[in-house]
Design a binder for this molecule. Structure first.
Ligand SMILES: [Zn+2]
Ligand SMILES: [Zn+2]
Length: 305
């Protein structure tokens, strides 16, 4: 896939999404398009029909799921043109072009077979560390990226897998296009990437092999496909260690770290806080923020005198 003019494509996508009444977000780059839209069933079907008629989008991976009950996972519609969809911060010269260098695409069905056969392989999860806290594949070996762009610096941690079978996974398969390509370029010999990402696997094999929930970047925060009574909660409240999948951002805005905190451990309940309630990482974050705001208020008071 190659999009010659991402800015023009951005405008077309925005117009189309707006006409269909979609909310959500999309990023358009030379290497393709990555979008998550929410709309009525009819609108989604129309959108897919239009896209499928465009030969540039012939190999697009579609992922369809029920949105939130009231259809408001996203506050608005945002479509942006970017130099690249996912950045590894490798610089223009060293960047990976997934059309040239990338891992072998492995279908969810084939991965399922690998598990059943007891085949030896190593899962390298390309998501951020906080995403893995609520769910991951059994046997995941590389779970500690603070940020996707740190991948290259962290490759030494999986040096010993260079001659082994490695499967990269991420939410929807987008990050893996480049990440698996980087592994190939850095000399890993047998690199696969999970086609359509974790979400495709979970949809096919709910509650199997991938344990817990999938972190998603919208209001839902987490999702799973199995029935509620069969669902296993992997996440743990950072404060009291009880099972929880409730994410908050540290209320110290200078920190703003994303972590799991159960309802009982919140200082103020979710209520009117769209970020999930009020909680601080620890007493230091709490104290620092109170001092910071007190100082600001004092300065303000004197400025008006
Ligand atoms: Zn707790
Ligand atoms: Zn904090």
């Amino acid at each position: 896939m190659y999009i010659a003019d991402p800015k023009m494509e951005r405008d077309l996508q925005f117009e189309l999404a707006q006409r269909l009444g979609f909310k959500g977000r999309a990023i358009v780059a030379h290497e393709g398009i990555n979008c998550t839209f929410e709309g009525t069933k009819e609108a989604c079907e129309e959108y897919m029909a239009i896209m499928k008629a465009d030969p540039r989008y012939a190999d697009i991976h579609w992922k369809i799921s029920d949105g939130s009950a009231d259809g408001t996972s996203f506050p608005r519609l945002s479509v942006k043109a970017r130099p690249e969809i996912v950045s590894l911060h490798l610089g223009e010269e060293d960047d990976i072009d997934p059309n040239q260098t990338t891992g072998v695409h492995l279908k969810p069905e084939d991965l399922h077979k690998w598990y059943e056969e007891g085949r030896e392989f190593h899962i390298v999860d390309m998501r951020n560390d906080y995403e893995l806290k609520v769910g991951k594949f059994e046997g995941t070996v590389f779970p500690d990226l603070n940020n996707f762009r740190d991948l290259k610096e962290n490759l030494n941690k999986i040096e010993d897998l260079k001659d082994k079978t490695v499967l990269t996974v991420c939410t929807g398969g987008v990050r893996c296009e480049k990440a698996s390509g980087l592994l190939v370029r850095e000399g890993f010999k047998d690199v696969y990437q999970l086609d359509g990402g974790i979400v495709s696997y979970m949809a096919k094999y709910p509650g199997q092999d991938f344990k817990g929930s999938l972190y998603v970047f919208d209001k839902r925060k987490v999702m799973h496909f199995e029935d509620k009574d069969k669902h296993e909660i992997i996440g743990r409240c950072e404060k009291c260690d009880t099972p929880s999948e409730h994410y908050v951002n540290c209320a110290n805005l200078l920190c703003h770290r994303h972590f799991i905190c159960c309802a009982d451990c919140l200082e103020e309940p979710e209520g009117n806080h769209p970020s999930g309630g009020v909680a601080y990482c620890n007493w230091k974050c709490d104290l620092k923020w109170k001092l910071y705001t007190a100082k600001k208020n004092l300065l303000k008071k004197f400025a008006y005198k």
